[in-house]
Design a protein. Structure first.
Length: 255
């Protein structure tokens, strides 16, 4: 499936299905279940760290490992290419898209604008009382538990869940739909970022963001918190170099 070498599928595809964002619901509803199965399997491999940006995906191996037709795999590739999760090249084949700074900045700026709008609309709704923040409180508590267990795949799902819930709580359905358009790309980025930083730091950043959402009366200060959380902090990690180090570590492990 992946070059060089095959990476395992199987039970890992269903691990932690009940935690955070269910990747088994991330494939577009318009596509068939077999195609969706392939889309979700590839995202699961990214979450588990088994698939890195630049890794090649092999149609025949995916079809065999997932017990689907090669046509279903090709259709899944088309969906993932439209989501900008993979790139397809006649010479290089099908590969997970890179996380170069230029491409990453463009996507994260869109994410940041959406989440700033969500935060502003959520702050405007705080007249309903503190209970509006309860879903975010619950996600943060689950993040603490995942961090205590050093369960990074769970943290990826919960990180996604936190930010999608923020958008949902804004009450703006168009905003949620727009956020969903970049969610699959975020799976790849957050999977790397959460491997790059200590779990407790990931949790602390969400605690800080939630505190700002709840108590910050200054929109400028809240925007700065979001700038660091959703854009500047991720760009500062230099994920492209981190991927190179992970690939070297993988090659150093005996087959």
């Amino acid at each position: 499936m992946l070059g060089p070498g095959r990476l395992p599928l199987g039970d890992s595809l269903l691990a932690h299905q009940d935690i955070g964002v269910d990747l088994h619901g991330m494939a577009p509803s318009r596509i068939g279940p077999r195609v969706g199965q392939v889309v979700e399997a590839i995202l699961e491999l990214a979450v588990g760290g088994e698939l890195l940006p630049g890794d090649r995906l092999l149609e025949a191996d995916l079809a065999r490992d997932l017990d689907v037709s090669r046509e279903s795999v090709r259709d899944a590739f088309r969906e993932l290419e439209s989501m900008e999760v993979i790139v397809v090249s006649p010479s290089a084949g099908v590969r997970l898209a890179d996380v170069g700074t230029t491409r990453l900045r463009k996507m994260l700026k869109v994410r940041l604008l959406l989440e700033k709008l969500a935060a502003a609309e959520l702050r405007a709704a705080t007249a309903e009382g503190d209970a509006i923040f309860q879903p975010l409180d619950e996600i943060v508590e689950r993040m603490r538990a995942a961090a205590a267990d050093a369960d990074r795949p769970a943290l990826v799902r919960l990180d996604l869940a936190f930010h999608r819930t923020l958008c949902e709580l804004s009450g703006n359905e168009a905003l949620v739909r727009a956020w969903d358009q970049i969610a699959a790309q975020l799976v790849v980025v957050l999977s790397l970022a959460i491997r790059r930083r200590p779990p407790e730091v990931i949790v602390a950043s969400h605690v800080e963001l939630l505190h700002s959402l709840r108590f910050c009366d200054c929109s400028v200060q809240l925007d700065r918190t979001l700038d660091l959380h959703a854009l500047d902090g991720l760009l500062a990690m230099n994920l492209e170099d981190f991927v190179d180090r992970l690939r070297q570590q993988r090659l150093a492990v005996p087959a």
